[in-house]
Design a binder for this molecule. Structure first.
Ligand code: FAD
Length: 430
C-alpha cells in the first residue's frame, strides 16, 4: 500500500501509475475538510487557474511533453482529452468534467482508496504531492525531514531568456562591476533608450495578486516595476547601475542590464534583479525594449506568487525520491517544476519510480534528450540559484551537426520521441 499526499494533478497521475502496475494506493486529499487559499472545489485534480493545458503541437515544448507522456500512458492526458473544449491548437478542458473523470477513472481500481484528511506526518513508502499550497503542518514535517533551508514559500523569479537570442552586437561579457570573472552579459542603454524603457515599465500592466500573496510576498522581495516607481533613477542606482562597467574601448553607459548564466545550462541567462509582477505579455513588450533583448526568446517569465517548493538539488535525486530516504518521493510543483503539465509529468515519473522501487528495480534512467529527462535532471542537479522551471528546448543537449534555426524544434522533437520510445521499449515500460 502506497500513501500519496495530495489529490492534485501530480498525486492523481502518480496514483494511476501505481494502480495500473498492481499496487494499492491510499490518496489523501485534505479538501474539503481543510481548504487552500486558491482551490474552489473538493474535486480531485482541480485546475486552480487557467483551464488550458497549453499547446498540443509537438514542435512546441508543451506539445512535445504531452507526446512524451502519452508514450507512458497518462491518466491526466486521457481525462483531458475526454473533457476537451475547443481552443485552437491548445488542449483546454471543461474543468468540472475533467475533475470528475479523473476521480471516476481512479475509482475503477479495486486497490484505490480516497481519504479526505489533512496529512501532517510523512512516514515511509509515500509520495508527497501536496502542491504549491501545501498545508502549514505538512510543511513543518517536510522541514523536519529535509532541513529548514530546503523549503521555500514563494517564487520571486526574474525572467529567463535563451543566450542564443540575445543580440551579441549590443551586449558584451564582463565581471560584475569589474570584480571577479567575466560572468555577466552586459546589455547597455543610452539615456533615450533608458527613458523609453522606464516609461513603459512604470505604466505596464501587472498581475493582480491574491490577498494572501500580497501579504506574504511583498514583504520579502521588491519587483523591478515597484522599485522603478520610486523615481526615474532608482533602477540606475540599483540593478541597472552602470558604474564600473566599460565597453571594449572604455565606453561608459547610462544604464546597464546584466544577464547571468543559469549555471549548469549555458544556453540560458536570467535578467539580474528583474523579479517582476508584470503580465507575461507586458514582460515580452517592455523587456524587449532593452536593445540587446529586442528578439529575446523568453523561456520562463518572471513571477511573484505563493509557491511552496523544496530545494530539490539538495534534497532529491533525478528519480524524485529523497537522497536520504529512497522510499519517500516528491511529485508536482513542490519539486520545483512549474506548470500543470510539468507537475503531472513529475507525478507520472515519481509513480513509476515508486513502483520500480517496490519491485526492487533500478529507477528510470530517462534520456536527457527528452523533455521529461531534461527537466528531472534540472531539478535534481541545478548547481546554484535554483528556481522552479518549465520544460524548454533550451534544457536539451544541442543537436548533432548544423541545423537551420527554423528546423531545430522539429529536430529536437523527433530526437526526443525516438530516444524515449527506444528506451521505453528496451525497459518494457511503454
Ligand atoms: C494560484 C495558482 C494558480 C496557478 N495557475 C496555473 C496555470 O494557470 N497554469 C499552470 O500551468 N500552472 C498554474 N499554477 C502552477 C501549478 O501548475 C499548479 O499549482 C498545479 O496544480 C500543481 O499541481 P500539483 O499536483 O503539484 O499541486 P495541486 O494541484 O495544488 O495539488 C496538491 C493537492 O494537495 C492537497 N494538500 C495540500 N496539503 C495537504 C495535506 N497536508 N494533506 C492532504 N492534502 C494536502 C491540496 O488540497 C491539493 O489538492 C498555479 C499555481 C497557483 C498556486
Amino acid at each position: 500500500m502506497v500513501r500519496i499526499i495530495g489529490g492534485g494533478l501530480a498525486g492523481c497521475e502518480a496514483a494511476y501509475q501505481l494502480l495500473k502496475r498492481g499496487y494499492s494506493v491510499e490518496l489523501y486529499e485534505m479538501r474539503p475538510v481543510k481548504n487552500t487559499p486558491a482551490h474552489k472545489t473538493e474535486g480531485l485534480a482541480e485546475l486552480v487557474c487557467s483551464n488550458s493545458l497549453k499547446s498540443e503541437d509537438v514542435t512546441t515544448s508543451q506539445g512535445l511533453l504531452k507526446k512524451e507522456m502519452s508514450l507512458f500512458g497518462s491518466l491526466i492526458l486521457e481525462c483531458a482529452d475526454k473533457a476537451r473544449v475547443p481552443a485552437g491548437g491548445a488542449l483546454a478542458v471543461d474543468r468540472e468534467v475533467f475533475s470528475r473523470e479523473v476521480e471516476r477513472r481512479l475509482n475503477e481500481f479495486d486497490g484505490f482508496k480516497l481519504v479526505r484528511e489533512e496529512v501532517t506526518e510523512i512516514g515511509t513508502e509515500v509520495i508527497v504531492a501536496s502542491g504549491p499550497l501545501t498545508s502549514e503542518k505538512l510543511s513543518e514535517s517536510i522541514i523536519k525531514l529535509t532541513g529548514a533551508d530546503k523549503l521555500y514559500f514563494y517564487d520571486a523569479v526574474a525572467p529567463i531568456v535563451t543566450l542564443e537570442s540575445v543580440d551579441k552586437e549590443k551586449s558584451f561579457w564582463s565581471a560584475r562591476y569589474n570584480k571577479g570573472t567575466d560572468d555577466y552579459l552586459n546589455c547597455p542603454m543610452s539615456k533615450d533608450e533608458y527613458d523609453a524603457f522606464y516609461d513603459a515599465l512604470v505604466n505596464a500592466q501587472t498581475v493582480i495578486l491574491k490577498e494572501f500573496e500580497k501579504r506574504e510576498i511583498f514583504e520579502g522581495c521588491m519587483p523591478v516595476e515597484v522599485m522603478a516607481k520610486r523615481g526615474v533613477d532608482a533602477l540606475r542606482f540599483g540593478p541597472l547601475r552602470p558604474v564600473g562597467i566599460f565597453g571594449e574601448n572604455g565606453e561608459r553607459y547610462y544604464a546597464v542590464v546584466q544577464l547571468r548564466k543559469e549555471d549548469n545550462y549555458d544556453s540560458l541567462v536570467n535578467l539580474v534583479g528583474f523579479q517582476t509582477n508584470l503580465t507575461f505579455g507586458e514582460q515580452k513588450r517592455v523587456f524587449s525594449m532593452i536593445p540587446a533583448l529586442h528578439d529575446a526568446e523568453f523561456v520562463r517569465y518572471g513571477v511573484m506568487h505563493r509557491n511552496t517548493y523544496i530545494n530539490s538539488p539538495a534534497a532529491l535525486t533525478e528519480s524524485f525520491n529523497l537522497k536520504s530516504d529512497k522510499s519517500v518521493f516528491f511529485a508536482g510543483q513542490i519539486t520545483g517544476v512549474e506548470g500543470y503539465m510539468e507537475s503531472t509529468m513529475s507525478g507520472l515519473i515519481a509513480g513509476i519510480n515508486m513502483a520500480r522501487y517496490l519491485d526492487g528495480k533500478e529507477p528510470l534512467d530517462l534520456p536527457e534528450t527528452s523533455l521529461c529527462g531534461s527537466l528531472s535532471r534540472y531539478v535534481a542537479n541545478c548547481k546554484s540559484n535554483f528556481q522552479p522551471m518549465h520544460v524548454s528546448f533550451a534544457l536539451l543537449p544541442p543537436l548533432d551537426g548544423k541545423t537551420k534555426k527554423q528546423d531545430r524544434k522539429a529536430k529536437y522533437s523527433e530526437r526526443a520521441i525516438n530516444d524515449l520510445t527506444a528506451y521505453l521499449n528496451e525497459i518494457k515500460e511503454a
